[in-house]
Design a protein around this ligand. Structure first.
Ligand SMILES: Nc1ncnc2c1ncn2[C@@H]1O[C@H](COP(=O)(O)OP(=O)(O)O)[C@@H](O)[C@H]1O
Ligand SMILES: [Mg+2]
Length: 384
């Protein structure tokens, strides 16, 4: 799993959309590699008050936790959704720390049978926090067991097989489930509805990332002047995990080629070497954008066709590349497929084709520049 050059995401359970063999050299991949996991432990904020950005989520969550603490009861179950690297695992750990409750960590893919889940739930002590990462990958029988556990703090343990099998109800201690998912849309409504509090994490602003890298530099003992921090923050794809990784790569560069101080020039030179462009787009992002524009004339094109064109799994394109491309205003999702925006051509240094060539085909835009998928109301066209 930690072998360099081998996709570690799939087995790790932590942010694990399928990855192709080309992924590991992506210095800006939002997915955690083995190296990240070691360092991330040290860089994770431990309390809610240390969390940078996500102001609304932080405030809402602090009310949920504070309320529960005052009542002396386990808070509602919490669902955290959003692209990889934005702080879902961090928040799960913080929830347990703020409640002063123990934390059990598992993931959807790790729970293969309902029995695996029963083993966890039946041994909980009161108030414990159970974190299920990638909860959209939970197998069906485990998911059904979870419904009952979340609602009634009960599991049905099935004894025997076939027609003679009986279900024995077993009470479990009140607990708080924290679920994390990169694909909230895949969760069955029945499961989604059982979470009393849902937080969607969004990409961070460069100023927030600047604060995050400066904090990390402090913890890692890296000399990082403000302009160096800004340079890294601006190329981090709105993602703290990437900001922290770029910091480590730039530090290497500064130590080997310079005097160890991460100045703006040093950060620029290092990031150029690692092929991170000025907006933080990496090879996969550029491949997706390039295919969309050059091969499909700007779309609309279906996700799977686009994924095949760049030699990646559809899930990787959808979870890793698309959210940021949409947020950056380079790509939009329409009912008929993915389309490039005029900014995509500009970004690739190509002349923008005349509107008529493609806007007519694009149809209605349902998601545009970071706007949530509205399911179609709020009609907009590409040129407004
Ligand atoms: N709000 C934040 N403030 C500071 N650092 C953060 C924040 N969110 C995430 N990080 C950093 O980014 C890394 C990745 O976060 P993580 O919680 O593992 O993301 P996710 O589980 O959503 O993929 C963490 O190790 C942490 O250092
Ligand atoms: Mg995680």
């Amino acid at each position: 799993m930690s072998e360099p050059g081998v996709a570690s995401g799939r087995a790790g359970g932590d942010d694990s959309p399928a990855r192709s063999s080309s992924s590991p050299d992506r210095v800006v991949s939002a997915l955690a590699d083995a190296d990240d996991r070691v360092v991330e432990g040290a860089l994770r904020p431990k309390r809610l008050s240390e969390v940078i950005g996500q102001n609304r989520v932080r405030e809402q969550l602090s009310l949920v936790l504070e309320g529960a603490l005052r009542r002396g009861r386990a808070p509602d179950h919490v669902l955290l959704s959003g692209p990889p690297g934005l702080g879902k695992t961090t928040l799960a750990m913080i929830i347990s720390a703020e409640l002063g409750a123990p934390l059990r960590i598992t993931s959807g893919p790790a729970i293969e049978r309902a029995g695996d889940l029963a083993a966890i739930l039946s041994t909980l002590s009161e108030g414990e926090v159970v974190f299920i990462d990638e909860i959209h990958r939970l197998a069906r029988p485990a998911e059904e067991m979870l419904y009952l556990a979340m609602e009634d703090f009960r599991v049905d343990v099935v004894i025997g097989k076939g027609p003679g099998a009986t279900a024995i109800p077993l009470d479990i201690a009140p607990f708080t489930l924290v679920g994390a998912t990169t694909r909230a849309g895949l969760l069955p409504a029945a499961l989604r509805d059982r979470f009393g509090f849902t937080a969607h994490l969004d990409f961070y602003e460069p100023e927030e990332l600047g604060i995050i890298v400066r904090r990390s530099a402090g913890l890692l003992g890296v000399a990082l002047p403000e302009d160096g921090a800004d340079e890294i923050a601006g190329r981090s794809r709105g993602t703290p995990r990437i900001a922290n990784r770029l910091l480590r790569r730039v530090r290497d560069f500064a130590e080997v080629r310079g005097d160890g101080v991460v100045t703006r020039d040093c950060a620029r030179a290092a990031l150029e070497l690692y092929e991170v462009d000025e907006s933080g787009l990496d090879r996969l992002d550029l491949a997706v954008l390039g295919a969309l524009v050059r091969r499909f004339g700007g779309g609309p094109v279906g996700l799977s066709t686009l994924a095949v064109a760049v030699g990646e799994e559809a899930e990787t394109v959808e979870v890793v590349a698309e959210p940021f491309l949409v947020r950056a205003g380079l790509m939009a999702r329409t009912p008929r497929g993915r389309v490039a925006t005029p900014a995509a051509w500009q970004h690739l240094g190509l002349p923008v084709p005349r509107q008529a060539a493609w806007a007519g085909r694009a149809g209605r835009v349902v998601e545009w520049a970071g706007q949530e998928d509205s399911g179609g109301d709020g009609e907009a066209t590409l040129f407004g």
